[in-house]
Design a protein around this ligand. Sequence first.
Ligand SMILES: Cc1ncc(COP(=O)(O)O)c(C=O)c1O
Length: 332
Amino acid sequence: MTVQELKDVAAPVPVPVRPGVAPWVFHDGALVPFAEVGLPLTTQALQYGTGVFEGIRAYAVAGRPGELSIFRAHDHYERFLRSCRLLRIDVKHTAEELVERTFDLLRRNAVAHDTYLRPIAYKLGLLPGTPPGVRLTGLSESVSITAFTLGAYTPPGGIRCAISSWSRPRSSAIPVQAKVTGGYVNSALAVEEARAAGHDDAILLNDRGQVAEASTANVFALRDGHLITPPPSADLLPGITRDTVRVLAEAMGVETRERDLQVPDLLTADEVFLTGTGVGITPVVAVAGRPVGDGAPGPLTTRIVEAYDRTVRGAGDPRHDHWLTIVPIERG
Ligand SMILES: Cc1ncc(COP(=O)(O)O)c(C=O)c1O
């Protein structure tokens, strides 16, 4: 390889600002224009999937235009830091500091509508003396938070899920309880297969044939008046929305039991829904081509969707307001 070729592969790739991306990002300790952040093609995380990320939402607060509420920001950043520890990424910020930087980011971008936040920490390049190859140490690292405009993207009338032929990897192979970038090839393969067969999303089983989770969401089933969701030992990411639903359902007098779920449990459930920061609470109206219940979002699912929407926008039970970080946006 010539010197010029080497320079070319190491040169940052110019990134065009794409619609929906807020103009400022938090990158390596400072707020910088999105378009100025480029990644060398040699980025370790690009080559080997050695990054971790979070998905956080900030919602327009009900009845208070110009205010956003970041939902369970602290919990998301605690999970982010746990994922970082697993990949030996030293973020040098506490969860509280990351919440504050996110607050600054939203104010700098002056976005007052529903926004998706994407913190990501990743392995960048070889430190002097480190030989090339797959590794977690001897590497530089980078941390950034990008903001995107993003409203609800799943249809309120519910989605149809396939049972994937791709299984969720065992946590002893890829730790699915951390949001490791490389692990998401599993979700991508499953979603692709499901959509090609005319479904909207995929439910993945673990290698013991039990229900694990959907491509980027947890699964709940309603049977005999209580909710069932698989336990973390079923090889899934125990979502923050999953925990939120447990609390909201409890307030409605509906208990959530963690137990292993089999495919027939889903096929015979009264209601099924998915939970995740991205999808929110999404009714599942068909599993493997069969209608769930009468094939429409069920009454409990509908109540939980409404309670969740009120809660994230600061119009729910005030006992849950500690989940919200309110950001007053100055329009200029
Ligand atoms: C694989 C997977 N499972 C579950 C979830 C739901 O997690 P949360 O509710 O914390 O967004 C997500 C989304 O982040 C995910 O990617």
